[in-house]
Design a protein around this ligand. Sequence first.
Ligand SMILES: NC(=O)c1ccc[n+]([C@@H]2O[C@H](COP(=O)([O-])OP(=O)(O)OC[C@H]3O[C@@H](n4cnc5c(N)ncnc54)[C@H](O)[C@@H]3O)[C@@H](O)[C@H]2O)c1
Ligand SMILES: [Zn+2]
Length: 399
Amino acid sequence: MTTNKLKKRHRAKWVVKTRQEVSYEIIEAMNLLDPKNPTLGRLPGGRKSNGTRLVILDHSIEALYDDQVRSYFDVNRIPVEYLSLTAGDEHKTLDQVELIAHRLNEIGTYRAGTPPIGIGGGVLQDVVGMAVSLYRRGIPYIRVPTTLLAQIDGGVAAKNGVNHGGFRNRLGTFAPPPRTLIDRTFIASLPPRQVRSGLGEALKLALIKDPFLFGILERHGDRLVAEHLQDTSEESRQVQPGLVVIKQAISGMVEELQDNLWETDLRRIVDYGHTFSPMIEMQALPYLLHGEAVALDCVFSAFLAMNRGLLSPCDLDRVIAVTRGIGLAPSHPMFCDAELLSVALADTVRHRDGHQNLTLMNGIGSATFVNDLTYPEIGKAAAQMFDLLDADERVRTTD
Ligand SMILES: NC(=O)c1ccc[n+]([C@@H]2O[C@H](COP(=O)([O-])OP(=O)(O)OC[C@H]3O[C@@H](n4cnc5c(N)ncnc54)[C@H](O)[C@@H]3O)[C@@H](O)[C@H]2O)c1
Ligand SMILES: [Zn+2]
């Protein structure tokens, strides 16, 4: 026997190499709950099935749209069962994941033929996304995000997760659902604070890559909030800022995710506003919403950029004015605490595998990465955030 043949016979290492092409769609589909609109009931890939599907509803969607949802499936004779989940980050837990798995068992969910439908905000989508990615090691589902934040951010992304051990999204998977349906009319019923929180994610994207989106937020900030992005006023009917914000933000996210969906490259500009905020948001729970914490991180990071000469003082003022214009606070006592901000950065560095990979603005609509941020720089920006606090909040913070 030749040496080569002998070597093969005694081989002790096997390598499996395979490729899986991934494609998933995000479709703008207005008035999804109109029984005459077939979109919501359709299965991805043109499949047909009469099996029972689980419809998982955010508690607010159940409270506001229950009759419409039920009559949609009744009229269209689509067999479904329901499960309602409480939203809010305090409820983004493994227990909810198990609850979904339990219901999927109860109704006899198929491997692919009866994809569940999740209708709700970012918390519900993250929990449902995780449950279905684990159920039978992964089944498809239809994602119907109903908050602005979930429509322009989480609803475009491939990942899901739950909070664990006091950390945000510590457990989760990458598993994009084959179809996401974006119906802007859901935003009409969203509490104004949630609309502003969603605009926080649009602001993030505008600051690092989209000067046009920044201009829309700058000119139409208060109207976007007042009209819940429905473009109802005469002025809005011309420019349609609500529609533009959603389309620009989704397109921007898709562009950024396209070449780095699995985050093999940990330098991601869309992580702007998500360096210091994750830990602060968890510590402040439930008092700071996700988009509020992101906007605070955006302003804090803009100070870091200005102090390094990357951003002009005039552009920093515009960032702060736009943040206020969309109704978000540019500062908060927790963003004045250099010690806390450093601890938050240290945890994010672990998430970025030992590197800061800190995205900083490099002008409006442009970004760069930094890996040598120092504690004195954090301290200086924290002091500048303190100066931005409202006078009475400043007194409370120093008490
Ligand atoms: N997977 C990702 O890539 C990704 C990206 C961004 C954010 N997220 C996650 O998203 C979560 C935040 O999402 P969120 O801001 O949507 O919060 P949320 O899901 O808690 O929803 C906010 C509130 O709005 C209510 N609500 C939902 N739709 C409504 C409607 N149409 N009308 C009235 N009320 C409605 C909910 O019941 C809840 O009370 C965070 O946990 C964050 O980590 C995930
Ligand atoms: Zn976010």
